[in-house]
Design a protein around this ligand. Sequence first.
Ligand code: ADP
Length: 612
Amino acid sequence: MRPVRRFARLGRALRRPGRARCVLALLAALVLLVLLDQVARYGAERWVMVQLRGDAQAAAELRAAMLRSEIEKQRSLPVVLAQDPDVRAALMDRDPATLRALDAKFEVLAAGTRASVIYLLDARGITLAASNYREPTSFVGSDYSFRPYFQHAMAEGEAEHFAFGTVSREPGLYLTRRIDGPGGPIGVIVVKAVFSGVEAEWRRLSGPIFVTDRRDIVLVTSVPGWQFRASAIIPEAERDAIRASLQFGNATLDPLPIRAEGGDRVRVAMPGSGATRVFVEAAAPVPTTGWTLHVLVPILASASVPIAAARVLAVLGGAVLIAALALAWSRRRRAVQKRRREQRARRELERRVDERTRELSTANDRLREEMDQRQHAQSALQGLQDELVQASKLAVLGQIAASVAHEVNQPVAAIRTFAESGGMLLARGDAAAAGGNLATIVGLTERIGAITGELRAFARKTPGHVGPVSLGAAVDGAMLLVGYRLREQDVALELDMGVGDILVSAERVRLEQVLVNLLQNALEALAGRPGGRIRIEARVDADTAVITLADNGPGLPTAVLEALFMPFTTTKPAGLGLGLVISHDIVAEFGGSLAAANRDGAVFTLILPRVP
Ligand code: ADP
């Protein structure tokens, strides 16, 4: 991927707020981990340094104490030998045999006390006897009058002097003591202590050890090559003076290859290899000598183990802590997000519920409106139906008007006849017979009144209430309206109304309308057919009254039977095809039913609820 594209992608990622926060958190975690690592390293290093410093200081003090005891042991030798009668006798007599015996004695002593050389100088500084008398570098006969330790001892009684041996070419600490005779100083006893054993012992230890004198010149050291080098800068003049004294042979007194690194740490260029190593330096004075013992403890690779462990622990701990924090944070974030999602979902749900409620209420309003409209339509329809019923009734009335007129005509003609004959009877003075005529006339007017009353009731527009109606009375009423036609058409009527009066739940005028309709249809079917007969039969069940109206006409045409009680089904040229429909509806309104069939003519079965 080209860098430009990579940066573009990084930029895009950072622009997304979630990602940017994530990257920032990662960076913060990284910085924290680095910080923890550094703090742990610093702390662990400090701790390791404190340990090392403690170790170094303890080692320095121990080595200084051991060196002191070594020196103390050597110091006692010249004190003892200065008092030795053999030494005194040899100085006084200078007898060769005595001197050789002294050589042997010194040899044994030197070997026993680990002193390098023991020797005896006379008052002029010439060696009379020495423990190394057998070696080629024997001191016997050598003149040491120039040596400061001789001159100092002669003057002060004793001396200690560290120097490079001119004959032995071995450095050592010269411990001297003056021997006085009766007439003054007669000689000086010298013990040369060397530290090669101590140095060899120190070399076995892991770090360099060295001892410096008051002028910071290294006297004893475990590092070959460091002897007679300076641990501090020595002024040029002083260095020249020391060189001239030959105290340290022709040593150049160069500074030690040690560089301070801050604190107690020093960096040392290791002899031989060009490599440098870091040490902790500790120093302790060597009592009674004015020397200082320095111990360098290496900061070993093993010291890096606790530091590394501390760093790893700190980083791991930090990582675990960060992970735990991240986990807690992410859990919290997820919980917050979940809560927000839930809130959103709840709000959405509430919104939808509101919306739905609004929709429902508008639907409700619409429904109510529709219901109102339907009710309106229903009542309109009802009105229409009522109109229709009325129209049908009027149509029937039209049809039966002639019949009714004849029905009225008859009693009117009879009244006229009875009135005329009554007049004649009165003229004859037969008041009784005339009274009989008048009574008949009253009866006839009653019949006329009944017919016109029926007609008026039939024509009435507003229907009455549904209630108990006498079936016999309804049939009688219908007969008043169609009776004339029956007689005119010479149709025989058979009435079988059962036993007693049957009460049905209906409305008088409308029930009569149904009966008149059915009778009219039967009469029309029987028109022009001789021997016509109509039979009306009434039977009762537990709850219902069953009325059958049968004729012996041609029966219902198939087309009519198939579409029975459907509006406008008619076979008559002037028929409306509404009579049966309206009759069916009226009966249904009473809670009853109307059915038709063909059986030797048409049979209509009317079932009505019975009123007990
Ligand atoms: P409309 O009398 O005006 O035709 P209706 O509904 O009263 O209307 O009668 C429908 C038709 O049923 C009649 O046209 C007639 O064909 C038939 N119908 C009714 N009653 C009888 C009957 N008793 N015998 C034969 N046909 C009948």
